[in-house]
Design a binder for this molecule. Structure first.
Ligand code: BTN
Length: 263
């Protein structure tokens, strides 16, 4: 196993030769947010497959305006630029695809099967080990680009008290440190495989994969933080990948996340 402490850029570049990301991977020791950098780079016209990853973020961003905390050198903090020719309304599958890719990378590299909390939080024993922030630029007709930002807690031995009950790391769950190089390679390879499959064959197979790795998609009692907030039981995904929740009154469709298990 390569070093858990620092990235091996030679190993990374060699492993990615011939892939969508070949020659387009940029390591930045410290930045505010890799997503912010990638959004700027994509706006300036960088190619599909551009990857920006950092050892430390000083202003990491999460979904719904939250911060994303990371200690230096312990997490995977990576953003990927994609330019699929899809409608803006179809962009949910990019987030679902990233969740599936992280699941596969953690399973293949560390032997750990994370649960996927729709749309794209990866959990171990209900604690969050990975968050994904997908940002897009689009006109009414077509996506110009998407930036998929992925934060995986890898080698944190502990978390600040305020998030300690909610967050975990691969090290905390397995008792071992893991090579971020190996995990990042596995992640980018899974991401490319899922991306190509979905572009070629459509979303159907991706949605089946999401169902197979997520305990949240069917039969889970949840609270949904949307439309004033409501409780219900999850009842599968609609054809676009949105989560259906059966409440006491009717069937509702969750559009933007904020789903929490009850009990
Ligand atoms: C969330 O669960 O709220 C999403 C967290 C996404 C964090 C990642 S870390 C790499 C990339 N850069 C950011 O500023 N955010 C994403």
């Amino acid at each position: 196993m390569s070093s858990p402490v620092s990235y091996d850029l030679g190993e990374l570049n060699t492993a990615l030769q011939g892939s969508l990301f070949s020659g387009k991977v940029h390591h930045i020791p410290e930045t505010g947010s890799t997503n912010t950098l990638a959004m700027q780079a994509a706006t300036a016209g960088v190619e599909e497959g551009t990857v920006i990853f950092a050892d430390q973020q000083t202003a990491g961003r999460g979904r719904n305006g939250h911060n994303w905390h990371s200690d230096p050198g312990t997490a995977i903090l990576v953003s990927v630029v994609l330019r699929p020719k899809i409608l803006p309304a179809q962009s949910l599958w990019l987030s679902l695809m990233a969740g599936v890719a992280v699941h596969d990378a953690a399973l293949r590299t560390c032997g750990i099967a994370c649960d996927l909390r729709w749309p794209n939080d990866l959990l171990i024993e209900r604690k969050k080990v990975c968050g994904i922030l997908t940002e897009i630029s689009a006109d009414a007709e077509q996506l110009r680009f998407a930036v998929i930002g992925i934060g995986i807690n890898v080698n944190q031995p502990s978390f600040p008290a305020e998030i300690g009950t909610l967050a975990t790391s691969l090290q905390l769950e397995t008792g071992k440190q893991w090579s971020r190089t190996e995990l990042l390679i596995a992640l980018l390879k899974s991401l490319e495989a899922e991306y190509r499959d979905t572009l070629d064959a459509g979303e159907e197979s991706l949605l089946r994969k999401v169902e197979s790795i997520s305990s949240y998609v069917r039969g889970k009692r949840v609270h949904v933080d949307e439309g004033g907030g409501y409780d219900g039981v999850t009842d599968g995904l609609d054809p676009r990948g949105f989560l259906r929740v059966r409440t006491a009154e009717n069937m509702r469709t969750v559009l933007s996340g904020g789903v929490r298990a009850i009990g």
